[in-house]
Design a protein around this ligand. Structure first.
Ligand code: NAD
Ligand code: UFG
Length: 343
């Protein structure tokens, strides 16, 4: 029996793969490499000393995916595969709906066909839209402000309907807050394509000199220093939450939702200052206008995950900053190898 990890070549999926293998699970990774690099698969093998099958397969290719289900005996699926860039989702919504929703429908359909009914799904705090207050707990009203967020919300609804239609499913909807950091080895990490959308990869690229300065989107929010506040969570803590969710599903039928966050909000300036101090690296920045669609403050009430899963985030902001920087400095070009041309 093994765990199917969709999107396992990506940022969070590759860290989950390491954690699963370390814990003794067998895994199979499926990824179309649309936002990742095969090198991450090599690194997961290197870090764990374990082999596992990898399929370069698109979840939209139902026949190929079916063959993978026929060739393996899966006990559960961790479903990370999806497109995740908010701005891009506004520009090409149909691609986002097709990829994320049709991909998930194909996956669930084949899971049902092959009687694999245990699923851990990557949802997002984006499903809380513009929350009225913080901390945010799982019972808060749901809404979406962009096509990416709507795909997460729609998939959550689809999975709730799936459970209503067949109560033998076991599903965990994990709503991530802001994952940052990297494996402490510096061998795997976040590898954004082009100009990073998210704060931490932008900071590390400024720190290494790839970008001149960070634009801080807004310093007039009603927060302690005027900049946006988020619940940054170390990716290793986040993936540990997935293993706890898997164990929970072993014992419980049903569909359950969990916030995966630390419960503490830090501002953009807090993160810049922590990064600069712990890594002795100044981050040039300038204040610019707010980014459209951003909310002022977003942090989790993670009590349910602690009570029900026995999980809580352990790593602090300094570790997140240290590990993100190690990943960036050890891999200045991410997974792209620099080709040395001899003259
Ligand atoms: P990522 O882009 O690094 O990983 C996603 C992986 O899925 C990539 O390797 C990509 O190639 C693959 N993929 C995409 N579409 C596919 C398809 N149709 N078939 C097969 N593979 C496909 O992103 P990540 O940061 O690791 O995020 C993983 C999941 O967590 C995503 O679903 C994302 O929406 C969700 N999430 C991420 C964050 C975050 O801040 N990183 C926050 C909340 C939720
Ligand atoms: N920010 C900047 N400059 C940048 C990038 C970001 O100031 O160059 C600020 C943003 O305005 C925000 C904070 O840093 O205040 C965090 O922004 P990110 O883009 O890193 O993260 P978001 O909170 O906007 O969104 C992230 C993911 C979403 C996910 C959400 C869940 O990108 O996909 O977390 O909470 F849904």
């Amino acid at each position: 029996m093994s765990i199917l990890v969709t999107g396992g070549a990506g940022y969070i999926g590759s860290h989950a793969a390491v954690e699963l293998l370390k814990t003794g699970y067998d895994i199979v990774i499926v990824d179309n490499l649309s936002n990742s690099n095969f090198e991450s698969i090599n690194r997961v093998k290197e870090l764990t000393g374990k082999e596992f099958p990898f399929y370069k397969c698109d979840l939209l290719d139902r026949d190929e995916l079916n063959t993978i289900f026929e060739n393996h005996n899966f006990e559960a699926v961790m479903h990370f595969a999806g497109l995740k860039a908010v701005g891009e989702s506004v520009e090409i919504p149909l691609m986002y709906y097709h990829n994320n929703i049709t991909g998930t429908i194909n996956l669930c359909d084949l899971m049902a066909k092959h009687d694999v009914k245990k699923l851990v799904f990557s949802s997002s705090a984006t499903v809380y839209g513009h929350p009225d207050s913080v901390p945010i707990d799982e019972s808060f009203p749901l809404s979406a402000t962009n096509p990416y967020g709507r795909t997460k919300l729609m998939i959550e609804d689809i999975l709730r309907d799936l459970y209503i239609s067949d109560s033998t499913w076991r599903i965990a909807l994990l709503r991530y807050f802001n994952p940052i950091g990297a494996h402490e080895s510096g061998r795997i990490g976040e590898n954004p394509n082009g100009i990073p959308n998210n704060l931490m990869p932008y900071i590390t690229q400024v720190a290494i000199g790839k970008r001149e300065k960070l634009s801080v989107f807004g310093n007039d929010y009603e927060t302690h220093d005027g900049t946006g506040v988020r619940d940054f969570i170390h990716v290793i803590d986040l993936v540990k939450g997935h293993l706890k969710a898997l164990k929970f599903l072993d014992k419980n039928k049903g569909i359950e939702t969990f916030n995966l966050g630390t419960g503490t909000g830090y501002s953009v300036m807090d993160l810049i200052n922590a990064f600069s101090t712990i890594n002795s690296k100044a981050i040039p920045y300038q204040f610019v206008d707010r980014r459209p669609g951003d909310i002022a403050i977003c942090y989790a009430n993670p009590t349910k995950a602690e009570k029900v899963l026995g999980w809580r985030a352990e790593k602090d902001l300094n570790e997140m900053c240290k590990d993100s920087w190690k990943w960036q400095t050890d891999n200045p070009n991410g997974y792209e190898q620099k080709v040395l041309v001899q003259s």
